[in-house]
Design a protein around this ligand. Structure first.
Ligand code: IPM
Ligand code: MN
Length: 351
């Protein structure tokens, strides 16, 4: 029997509630599909920071490096200044574990409401591959003459050949394996970002011609990409893009698939330890009320199992989610027609 050592960072706000439901589902899948999930809890988040001043110490990073995967709930606390926990925990783990891909499927399920007119599950089904360790998130830059009228603030976008090519390689391979339209769209801004987008575009063209003759190469500027995501989402199969563009376009993608209650993603290091999370935040105002939607967290576990090779279990969780979603009048917190725990129960029962 395969055993997986999984780290659990339930985190802040509604994080622990949604992770509970996801683990409930995981525990059913474990019995049914004959694998073992050994869970290790990590106390990280706003509460720990407020108590000890620690975000994510090196000792924790070292422990995380010894796991098979990480399950994350949510990070973000109303009493902590914005940026501290996001950078000190979420980005710190992404960077320290070199999770260089952020994989974000945009898939609308039957009976889920989308704000896009005349679009349904057939039209909204693509995947965004976001670079996850470089670009504007690299943290280089600085201030000159801070606090004076002559202040200068510089935030660099760092794009390395290594970072760009490994991300593109993942996206090409993903488009091939997904085997839908076998089309990869590069989302960049070559008309203005004549250095960074040029590196992306050149590498994209070269790799495509050399190693991926079976994949159709497509390009869209980022501003056009968001327009097409609304107007013609069916044009997309796999989109690959840099860190900040990926951050922005995936919130749009998430809302077209039913919102933060259902959208999940994976921070992936194909050669190391990956971390799976619901895309939404900690939603503090809903904490402890049994009203938050756990499906995004459950789908993040589904992605994790698929990634770990437990393909049958992953398929079953997805089909159970699809059935339960049909029973819910809405995916929004407090409007699901049932509580957080009931959604988890209903999905677990079907497994
Ligand atoms: C996300 C989030 C994070 C990001 C924040 C919280 C740092 O918005 O996962 O998309 O920008 O990557
Ligand atoms: Mn984001």
């Amino acid at each position: 029997m395969k055993t997986y050592k999984l780290g659990v960072i339930a985190g802040d706000g509604t994080g622990p509630e949604v992770v509970n439901e996801a683990i409930k589902v995981l525990k059913c899948a474990e019995k049914k599909y004959n694998f073992k999930a050994e869970l290790v809890n990590f106390d990280l988040g706003g509460a720990r920071y407020l108590k000890t001043g620690e975000t994510c110490p090196e000792t924790v990073i070292n422990e995380l490096k010894g796991l098979d995967a990480i399950i994350l709930g949510a990070i973000g606390h109303p009493e902590v200044k914005p940026g501290i926990l996001e950078q000190g925990i979420l980005l710190k783990i992404r960077f320290a574990l070199d999770q260089y891909i952020n994989l974000r499927p945009v898939k609308l399920y039957e009976n889920v409401e989308t704000p896009l007119k005349n679009k349904g599950p057939k039209e909204i089904d693509y995947v965004v591959v976001r670079e996850n360790t470089e670009g504007l998130y690299a943290g280089t830059g600085g201030f000159l003459k801070k606090g004076t009228p002559d202040e200068v603030a510089i935030q660099d976008s760092v794009n390395t050949y290594k970072g760009v090519s490994r991300c593109l390689k993942f996206a090409f391979e993903y488009a091939r394996k997904r085997n839908k339209d076998k089309k990869l769209t590069l989302c960049a801004k070559t008309n203005v970002l004549t250095y960074s987008s040029d590196l992306w575009n050149r590498t994209f063209r070269n790799m495509g011609a050399k190693d991926y003759p079976d994949i159709k190469l497509d390009y869209a500027h980022v501003d056009a990409t968001v327009m097409w995501m609304v107007k013609n989402p069916e044009w997309f199969d796999v989109i690959v893009t840099d860190n900040i563009f990926g951050d922005i376009i995936t919130d749009l993608g998430a809302i077209t698939q039913g919102g933060m209650g259902v959208a999940a993603g994976g921070n992936i290091n194909p050669e190391g330890v990956s971390m799976f999370e619901p895309i939404g935040g900690s939603a503090p105002k809903y904490t402890g009320q049994n009203v938050i939607n756990p499906i995004a967290s459950i789908m993040s576990i589904q992605m994790m199992l698929d990634y770990l090779g437990e393909v049958e279990a992953a398929k079953k969780i997805e089909s159970a989610v699809m059935e339960v979603i049909k029973l819910m009048p809405s995916q929004a917190a407090g409007k699901m027609g049932m509580g957080t725990k009931e959604v988890g129960d209903k999905i677990a029962e079907r497994i």
